[in-house]
Design a binder for this molecule. Structure first.
Ligand code: DON
Length: 347
């Protein structure tokens, strides 16, 4: 994978910013107040205002470092397929990507092993159970673990191309950077905290190995998986990553093809059916957008052909999904008619 052109986004910037600034400077006095915000910015502002004080849910605490994150942080970012950025709040605050990384590691495996290998070796059906369920592995003898629940995710990491853990890790980091359009690194504190407390994931990897459904050493696969979950991002990064999926795998900010467009539909299908774990059905019913959550408090959603959205708010519900992020994305998807199933009848 060629290394991406690093490009940092400035909060509130759009590609059209210089033109906009020139137009504003040329505007007669009094005209500024009358300029309505772009509908995307209006939707972001309205959702931010509506949920600013909502404090339902609670930080993940089974990874000790996550319990220490300020629960009030709140950022919303949208990036369109033509590279426009609309955002508000704590969009530059960094947090660990956690399970959202499963999307991009799956992309890497789809690129090298192919989408049908994912279907055969991991499975793509929802388990309908919590993300770290051991019962689900036992019930299915390690089969039909989709790439977003921990057993399937660690198996996906084990399938990443590379002869060693280091080679696999380098590929995983590179694809995340291609999607984000900038260099990324891991949050060492989160990595150490999870590595010291991930006995359940180690057990999951061993059990998958016992069923012949893990494709590399279990301890190394779990460690590389833990590293990928510790990648440090902000809401702006995640919106670019989601927008890259909305744009057929081509990063709309850097112009780099991060994955082939033909693998995007099956990837989005797994997001639609399993992105919010056992709440994926209700999510699709209400919102209609493929999405993925992480216990760090991020959620991304993709409006294919239109935009990617990311929200960061650390308080989670019982399924492990950010409470505020779900509400915000739902409101914005409705306001922008983002649901791809929402089609007006022909006259
Ligand atoms: O393996 C874990 O438990 C975490 N590193 C990731 C879980 C996660 O983000 C689930 N998401 N909502």
């Amino acid at each position: 994978m060629p290394s991406p052109t690093p490009k940092l986004l400035r909060p509130g910037s759009t590609r059209a910013a210089p033109l906009l600034l020139a137009a504003l400077l040329a505007a007669p006095a009094g005209a500024l107040a009358a300029t309505p915000p772009h509908p995307f910015q209006a939707a972001v502002d309205a959702a931010w205002e509506k949920y600013r004080t909502l404090d339902e849910g609670k930080n993940a605490d089974y990874i000790p470092a996550l319990a220490k994150v300020d629960p009030n942080l709140f950022g919303i970012a949208i990036v369109t397929v033509d590279g426009k950025v609309f955002q508000k709040g704590d969009v530059g605050s960094r947090f660990s990507i956690q399970s959202i990384s499963k999307v991009f590691t799956l992309a890497s495996v789809m690129e090298t092993a192919g989408a049908s290998a994912v279907e055969e070796k991991i499975g793509v059906d929802a388990t309908g159970q919590v993300f770290n369920s051991i019962v689900a592995i036992e019930q299915m003898r390690g089969k039909e673990m989709n790439p977003f629940v921990n057993p399937g995710a660690i198996a996906t990491t084990s399938l990443v191309e590379g002869k060693t853990g280091e080679e696999k890790w380098a590929r995983i980091l590179a694809i995340h950077e291609a999607f984000a359009g900038r260099k990324l690194s891991i949050d060492e504190e989160v990595y150490r905290s999870e590595a010291a407390t991930n006995q359940r994931n180690q057990a999951i990897a061993s059990l998958m190995h016992a069923y012949g459904r893990l494709y590399f050493d279990p301890a190394v696969s779990t460690d590389v998986y833990t590293r990928q979950c510790s990648i440090s991002v902000n809401a702006s990064d995640l919106a670019v990553m989601a927008a890259t999926l909305a744009n057929g795998g081509k990063n709309p900010v850097t112009g780099m093809q991060a994955m082939s467009w033909k693998n995007v539909p099956p990837l989005l299908a797994v997001m639609a059916t399993a992105g919010l774990y056992d709440d994926s059905g209700i999510w699709l019913y209400r919102v209609g957008l493929p999405a993925k959550s992480g216990v760090g408090g991020g959620i991304i959603a993709v409006a294919p052909g239109r935009y990617g959205i990311a929200v960061f708010s650390p308080r989670l519900d019982a399924a492990g999904n950010s409470v505020r992020a779900q509400k915000v994305i739902r409101d914005i998807a409705v306001a922008l008619r983002g649901n791809p199933y929402d089609v007006m009848p022909k006259p």
